[in-house]
Design a protein around this ligand. Structure first.
Ligand code: ATP
Length: 922
């Protein structure tokens, strides 16, 4: 089969011939045949792009301007004969590279695993039944079902096509969707003209279809060009790129200062070249934050993993940062804020409102009228409701391990269960009235219609959809005894409102007899003259955990808006249950259409519930919110949601019910469709940003403090309080321990109690600059203070240096504890308890310092001396002092900020629209 794929020209043979050639039938393959074929043809996946070999990945760790400077320093020190210094620098570089290599490998594996979570699925017919399977298990001969928004999972010869349009840009470059049909085309037709074929990797933009798989994996058309598509994701975000640029700039500055000092020391102060050169090397090594790129990568990778654990899969890395600054989340209702476990509980006929009882999708239950159980035989109109509910339906109910589950749309599953609960057999209804044609449901038209012929070839159309829509298409209504009378619009509207206000989703069911010769269905056929049969009301309870997540978002200054296609009564009721603001204020799609952009921008500030919207409204809402300076996260599932998802700052697609088109347009995919996962992802986004900031805030003043110690000493012609080799050691030992520990920081307690950070805020802010200067000066003061104290005590130069060196390290450790809680207080029990990573780092550094200070062989190498106990305590005290000063300064700054925010809240005079939105919700 597949062997002759290249020569077989599926597009010029009729569909039936393709089925024969592929030894398949319209009912699909048998499960057994499929698994035999899977063994023969292999999985339906494209070969993975070749990975970079390990040695290359290792070498790339050295490809960094900061490292080049260090390597050059190592080369020169070895030429000068300072071999020990050379080996310490080499150790710094090597350890850094090893850590970078290992962490990068881990991060890449994590990304691969996450990509696996996004593995596409496909609907197939096997043994005549519809199943959803991993697209990788498709084999030639499988019958695949296609719907709008799906990505075509393999090359298909179409056997059915209803209004099927496919976007083939990946393959042909043509961005307009192509109409597909079933009849064969010219043998010489180019790829883009093979309208009876659907190719793997292209997207269904509208309609319904079915096709038999002709080729899978590398044999598909896309497989042949897949080399061109292999995409390498790098762990880069705007922030990391900003840091990369900063690192280059910093290196330039460091080198310039180093050169100046070299000239100054040698020419002006007349120091021997070798000595001054070693000091300058020490300076460069001290000032270069060589560990920073690796630690930032680790921070980001850990963030991606943490999000994946919380069911938010990151498709585009830069978006992680955006997520942390989101100030409004626009969420779908069904399945996101609610459980999407539907059950029909009300049925309205022209005379009665029935209630139904039962469990989940189990097709068994009881019918009640005014709390009294009744039977189907007493109320004949129910029979037609059960029939239409089954006919105009694409879902399948299956019993697995004693529970009933739905293949397809849960609402349609609930309608099948309804037929069972009414005491009818859905299969029998279907077999007597086969379907001839379909108008599939789409969010814009809000109805679905099917054409049926009975065995006498009488034909009729079954329709279901949103009540307003269906009522506008009806002229009559069914009255008891199979007759029909004029439509009592007021009655039905009132009933629909009443059910909706209880939070139920309302559907109307209608029919229309047509001529038996009719075999195709158009919109014109159903737009008028329908006969309304009745209404059904479905419950879909809110997710309990979503209620808590909405409250959490509100506390975090994030507004939550619900944008739903559902009825406004239903939307308001659910909105109230999940705790949205102003649940009584609902705007409908029609209201939005009447507003110009300016009016809309004003309205979105006060409204949190939007009902009966179509996907186009989502796009307008995103733009209106953005025009108010807000950072918008938007969820979506349908193919038409793609523009809004693309436009939003953080587009979030649904993993379970979302179409491939929505997933491709989004930055994130929610594996469980749950609103809770959005809130969790925002929390993780804020944590990642905080941790990146913490890593930078710890590293830069540490390096600056070390460097300034050398600069000051050289400029003032003093002996160095810390020798270059000692600085190298400190750098080596602290950068890989204390620096890395910050990447593992958990979420701070108040992370979701702060307003979102303003859009476009630079990480290298004035606040950070001030902090770097303050801490560097304190480092300088501490080191020189202890050093001079030691000399004043008459201690040897070696001992004074050892004490200065240990002071530096102790201050770095205290600075770490301060940084960990940069947004709150560091004086709580939790803050002192720290994390495992922090304590491992602190213990390692302490052990290393003790070894260097007290072990004779190391004393010899580094020129250190044992520090007396009392002086050791003094050093510790210096660290504590540093902590007290910076913590005190932070507390004063934070209390100023809090009172400013509280004032804004009282006076309502925020600095910007965005801060108003945020503060109001605090
Ligand atoms: P969201 O997921 O955005 O909260 P939704 O899923 O409730 O919205 P849509 O799927 O756009 O909204 O459905 C809008 C309306 O269309 C529903 O309230 C219902 O009346 C009708 N509808 C939904 N699905 C179908 C279907 N399969 N057949 C017929 N009508 C449907």
């Amino acid at each position: 089969m597949q062997e002759h794929n290249r020569t077989a020209r599926w597009h010029c043979d009729p569909a039936e011939a393709a089925l024969v050639k592929l030894q398949s039938t319209p009912a699909g393959l048998a499960e057994e045949t499929a698994s035999i074929r899977l063994g023969k043809f292999g999985p339906n996946r494209l070969p993975a792009p070749p990975k970079r070999p390990a040695w290359r990945r290792f070498l790339s760790q050295f490809h960094n301007i900061l490292i080049y400077v260090l390597l050059a320093s190592a080369a020169i020190t070895s030429l000068l004969g300072h071999l020990f210094d050379t080996s310490v620098i080499a150790a710094v570089v090597l350890i850094n590279a090893v850590i970078g290599y290992l962490q990068e490998g881990k991060a890449e594996r994590a990304m691969d695993a996450i990509r696996q979570m996004l593995a596409p699925r496909a609907s197939v017919l096997r043994d005549g039944e519809r199943h959803t399977v991993d697209a990788e298990t498709l084999v030639p001969g499988d019958i695949v079902l296609l719907e709008a928004g799906e990505k075509i999972p393999a090359d298909l010869r179409l056997t059915v096509a209803h209004g099927l349009q496919v976007q083939e840009a990946v393959l042909t470059g043509e961005s307009l969707p192509v109409d597909k049909q079933v009849s064969s085309v010219d043998p010489d037709a180019a790829l883009g003209d093979r309208t009876c074929m659907a190719f793997s990797g292209t997207l269904v933009s509208s309609g319904l279809g079915r096709g038999v798989v002709t080729a899978t994996g590398a044999e598909t058309e896309i497989g042949r060009i897949s080399r061109l598509l292999a995409r390498v994701e790098t762990l880069k975000t705007p922030l990391i790129l900003q840091m990369d640029r900063f690192a280059k700039w910093l290196t330039g500055v460091i080198l310039a200062i180093a050169m100046l000092l070299l000239v100054y020391g040698h020419v002006v102060v007349n120091l021997p070249f070798a000595e001054i050169f070693m000091a300058v090397v020490g300076l460069s090594v001290a000032a270069i934050p060589e560990g920073l790129p690796a630690v930032l990568t680790i921070t980001l990778a850990l963030g991606v993993q943490a999000m994946a654990r919380r069911n938010a899969i990151v498709r585009r890395l830069p978006a992680i940062e955006t997520l942390g600054s989101v100030s409004v989340i626009c969420s779908d209702k069904t399945g996101t804020l609610t459980r999407n476990e539907m059950m029909v509980v009300s049925v309205v006929t022209d005379q009665h409102l029935f209630s139904l009882r039962g469990r989940g999708y189990e097709p068994r239950g009881t019918i009640h009228l005014d709390n009294t159980e009744v039977s189907l035989s007493e109320h004949d109109p129910l029979r037609e409701i059960g029939r239409i509910a089954t006919l105009c339906n694409d879902a399948v109910l299956q019993k697995r391990d004693e529970t009933w589950i739905v293949e397809g749309d849960p609402m349609e599953g609930a309608l099948l269960a309804l037929t069972g609960k009414l005491g009818m057999d859905p299969k029998r209804e279907l077999s007597g009235l086969p379907r001839t044609d379909t108008i599939p449901f789409d969010a814009k038209h809000r109805f679905m219609a099917t054409l049926h012929h009975d065995h006498e070839r009488n034909a009729f159309i079954a329709v279901k959809g949103a009540p307003e829509k269906i009522l506008s298409m009806c002229s009559h209504q069914r009255i008891a005894g199979d007759g029909k009378g004029p439509l009592d619009l007021g009655y039905w509207q009132q009933e629909a409102e009443a059910i909706a206000s209880r939070g139920q989703r309302v559907l109307a069911l209608a029919v229309k007899p047509v001529d038996k010769t009719k075999t195709t269905l158009d919109y014109a056929d159903v737009e008028q003259e329908l006969t309304l049969i009745g209404l059904v009301g479905l419950i879909d309870p809110p997710r309990q955990d979503a209620i808590d997540a909405v409250a959490e978002c509100h506390r975090a200054g994030i507004r939550v808006k619900m944008i739903t296609g559902d009825h406004q009564g239903t939307a308001a009721a659910i909105g109230r249950q999940v705790g949205l603001n102003n649940p009584d204020r609902v705007l409908t799609g029609a209201d939005l259409d009447r507003m110009d952009d300016q009016a809309l921008s004003a309205a979105v500030a006060e409204t949190d519930i939007f009902a009966r919207t179509s996907p186009e409204h989502k796009l307008r809402l995103v733009m209106a919110l953005q025009s108010r300076g807000m950072t918008v996260a938007m969820t979506g599932d349908g193919v038409n949601d793609a523009p809004a998802l693309k436009r939003a700052d953080a587009g979030i697609a649904m993993g379970l019910k979302g179409s491939e088109a929505a997933k491709e347009a989004a930055e994130f995919v929610l594996a469980d469709d749950n609103f809770v996962s959005i809130a969790a992802a925002v929390r993780e986004g804020r944590t990642v940003y905080d941790n990146i900031k913490k890593v930078i805030s710890w590293t830069l003043p540490t390096n600056a403090g070390e460097a300034m110690t050398i600069i000051v000493a050289l400029l003032f012609g003093m002996t160095l309080p810390i020798t270059p080799i000692q600085i190298l050691w400190v750098n080596l030992i602290t950068a890989v321990t204390l620096g890395v520990a910050l990447a593992f920081e958990p979420t701070e307690k108040n992370t979701m109690r702060r307003p979102p950070r303003p859009k476009g805020e630079s990480i290298l802010s004035a606040e950070l600059a001030w902090y770097i200067i303050l801490v560097s000066l304190l480092f300088l003061g501490g080191v020189f203070g202890i050093y001079n104290y030691a000399l004043a005590q008459g201690y040897s130069l070696e001992l004074a240096r050892t004490m200065a060196l240990n002071t530096l390290v102790v201050m770095e450790i205290f600075n770490l504890f301060f940084i960990r809680n940069i947004h709150g207080s560091s004086l709580s029990l939790d803050a002192i308890k720290g994390t495992r990573a922090v304590w491992i780092a602190v213990l390692t550094v302490t052990a290393a310092q003790f070894a260097m200070t007290y072990l004779p062989p190391l004393q010899k190498l580094f020129g250190t001396q044992s520090v007396p106990l009392v002086d050791g305590l003094l050093i510790l005290l210096t660290g504590i002092l540093l902590f007290v000063v910076i913590e005190g300064e932070k507390q004063i700054r934070l209390s100023f900020r809090r009172s400013r925010e509280a004032k804004q809240l009282r006076t309502g005079s925020p600095e910007s629209a965005q801060s108003k939105e945020n503060v109001v919700r605090l």
